[in-house]
Design a protein. Structure first.
Length: 690
């Protein structure tokens, strides 16, 4: 009997990117635990990932290639050989590519965040093929755009510093469910005397454990930030020296802020004037007294029409009060751009022989139903899905399912399980899990380069994404040397060693240790140096004006709210948001029975007043609907949801839901103000007893 410990990394779409230790007994992974020596992970894994072996060895794992024998959506398949599957795919792609390779579309996101199994060999394949590009917008592109317009790049406060802050604003997130290791730091700050304030329409698990919860209306975060800035300027709670040296456009900002009185802010946000005043004073006074004030802004608040602007406005706050002077001050949305990723080497965009169109993943429902036109280009004839489950996760799901059901659409899905999307595939290919392949990771929540070693051999006939695309490339007669590179050779190119932040990067050494911190400053903008064109925090941003946006912080109301769309609200008077359920990660883990049992059935939180008006009692089955569609859930009558708002924790696989539908039946394909991003939380609905 041989027992070994293998260093690995959690691959999922979470800022924590945990360092894992996998116990392997005679070739079988028996336990996955957090690495106690990794400073961020600190030996702790979330409930989901601590059960990773349950997922890898799940009885429903896809272990062989399959081809469809039933109607699309039925999920009826028969086993075929790899040769038959690959020959079928290559033959179909060659036929389409002869007419127009842009009719072939990749669809992928963050089923793995790995730089090797994510977009390396796959990107090379589609670039060489000349397929349409995919605009990967579905999670964070609106906030990322607003952040970069203001600060220049997605660089922010190091998670390891938050415990030293005296005030932490947790804005638009529920880290107990989705950022556990930040929450551990926030709890330590709380023990040291820090004040924690949650800003969220919903009283989440996190909000319940903060000193204060400000329950603003969905889509009004930008207004709250403007109101805070108004008070900071009015009461001179500013760092004048920091503003003078390291910011651009303060005078114009100051003039704009005159409109945003606490009264107007409170009315817009659906909160009290006192809450606006106190929040701004807490923030400004703590900073001007020399203490560190930090904001952890998350992705929930940017999934609305004005989501990019909301993040931009919040990013202006630290510069006004000089919060960046402290290592524990500032703001973090994402640390992604701290990593000098060598995407040119990983993805090889130079393989593209001519320009191609771009398809937005957030509007895939409409895109699949488009006919060929001069503006759109060719009709989509083939879709290759990997690291994603669009039939469950993409907005306006009825249109997505209608598109996937097209008999003239050739669909290939690389998967671990027979997801809602796999049910529509023509060919399903079994992919390896994180325990079965090599990968390297950047993160978006801390500053460590992370290695993943294969702990066990692939189960059944499963293959890594990279190997699947290598085999397809060979059948497509792509002879470029890059298609013969091994996973280790790809990983060794992941970071640019010419950048001082990764000057010590060595793949072989990283594999041995498991993780290594970037060479990055503790306080990234203590002395300015923002990676904007001006080198300053840009309150006034000329790039925004050039892109057709307001160059100053402003408020963009939601598409769908009682205030912004009163006619629609007469029919659909309730706002709806669908944040992540604690036991799922997007749609991953929904099929793990122990986690699904803990989550229960799909449920809808509704305020007691809203429930009483509709004759709804706790435990009733209710129908949530609007013009786009409907779904059924179990009512939970609770004041965790503010009046006028319902909350459906997500994302359920449709096949495990009460009526075969989930919250995306009612979400919209309309896009946010920037980043071509979706507006999942910009929704009006009505609710009735089912």
């Amino acid at each position: 009997m041989t027992i070994s410990i293998v260093r690995a990394t959690c691959p999922h779409d979470c800022p924590d990117t945990c360092a894992m230790l996998v116990t392997v007994d005679d070739g079988v992974a028996t336990q996955v635990r957090g690495d106690p020596d990794h400073p961020t992970t600190a030996g702790v894994l979330c409930t989901k990932v601590s059960r990773y072996t349950e997922r890898t060895y799940h009885k429903d794992r896809l272990l062989h290639p399959m081809k469809r024998v039933g109607r699309k959506g039925e999920g009826r398949f028969e086993r075929v050989s790899w040769d038959e599957a690959l020959d079928t795919i290559a033959g179909k792609l060659k036929d389409i590519a002869r007419r127009d390779p842009q009719a072939i579309v990749p669809y992928s996101y963050a089923g793995t965040m790995g730089l090797v199994q994510g977009e390396s060999m796959a990107a090379r394949f589609f670039n060489r093929l000349g397929a349409s590009l995919l605009d990967r917008t579905i999670c964070a592109s609106a906030g990322g755009a607003g952040y970069k317009y203001t600060l220049g790049a997605r660089i922010g406060t190091d998670i390891e510093q938050f415990q030293n802050a005296k005030l932490i604003l947790i804005w638009g997130g529920n880290p107990i469910a989705s950022n556990l290791h930040f929450w551990m730091r926030a709890q330590e700050a709380k023990r040291r005397g820090a004040k924690l304030i949650a800003i969220d329409p919903y009283r989440s698990l996190t909000a319940e454990k903060c000193h204060q919860h400000i329950a603003l209306l969905p889509g009004t975060d930008a207004a709250l930030a403007l109101g805070m800035m108004h008070v900071l300027v009015r009461d001179n709670l500013l760092d004048d020296d920091y503003i003078a040296q390291y910011t651009l456009g303060f005078d114009a900002l100051q003039e704009r802020l005159q409109e945003w009185t606490p009264q107007r802010t409170a009315e817009t946000c659906g909160i009290t004037v006192a809450e606006v005043e106190q929040l701004a004073r807490d923030y400004g006074m703590c900073a001007t007294q020399g203490d560190a004030v930090a904001i952890r802004v998350n992705y929930g608040l940017q999934r609305v029409r004005g989501g990019g602007m909301a993040v931009r406005n919040i990013c202006c706050l630290p510069a006004l009060v000089g919060a960046w002077r402290h290592a524990a001050g500032g703001v973090q949305l994402s640390s992604s751009d701290t990593f000098p990723k060598n995407n040119a080497a990983l993805q090889r965009p130079d393989l593209m022989q001519k320009p191609t169109r771009t398809i937005n993943m957030s509007t895939i429902g409409d895109e699949l139903l488009h006919d060929a036109s001069e503006q759109f280009g060719p009709k989509i004839e083939a879709l290759i899905v990997y690291n994603s489950n669009p039939v469950a996760v993409a907005p306006e799901s009825p249109k997505v399912a209608q598109g996937f059901a097209r008999e003239d659409l050739f669909t290939v899905v690389l998967e671990h399980f027979q997801t809602d999307t796999a049910d529509y595939a023509d060919i399903v290919l079994p992919a390896t899990t994180q325990l079965e392949h090599v990968d390297i990771h950047a993160t978006y929540g801390h500053l460590y380069m992370m290695a993943n070693n294969a702990a066990i051999a692939p189960l059944g006939e499963a293959k890594p994404n990279t190997e699947i695309f290598r085999l397809l490339a060979a059948r497509m007669d792509f002879n470029d040397p890059c298609f013969r590179e091994s996973d280790d050779e790809i990983a060794a190119q992941a970071f640019n060693r010419n950048d001082v932040r990764a000057i010590h990067f060595d793949w072989d050494a990283l594999k041995q240790r498991g993780w290594q911190k970037l060479n990055a400053p503790d306080a990234p903008f203590a002395h300015g140096g923002f990676p904007t064109p001006s080198g300053k925090c840009e309150f006034y941003c000329a790039r925004m004006q050039a892109d057709g946006l307001d160059p100053l912080p402003t408020y963009i109301p939601p598409y769908e709210s009682v205030a912004s769309n009163p006619e629609l609200a007469k029919r659909y008077p309730l706002g709806m948001i669908s944040p992540p359920a604690r036991n799922f990660l997007n749609s991953t883990f929904v099929n793990v029975k122990s986690l699904r049992d803990t989550e229960g059935t799909p449920h809808l939180d509704i305020h007691p007043v809203d429930a009483a008006e509709r004759g709804i009692e706790a435990g009733n089955q209710v129908r949530i609907f609007n013009d786009r569609g409907s779904f059924v859930a179990t009512a939970r009558v609770t004041d965790k949801a503010r009046k006028g708002l319902v909350v459906g924790l997500s994302i359920w696989w449709k096949k495990f839901a009460t009526d075969g539908k989930n919250a995306n039946e009612v979400t919209s394909q309309r896009l946010a103000d920037m980043g071509n991003a979706p507006t999942f939380y910009d929704v009006l609905v009505q609710v009735e007893k089912a």
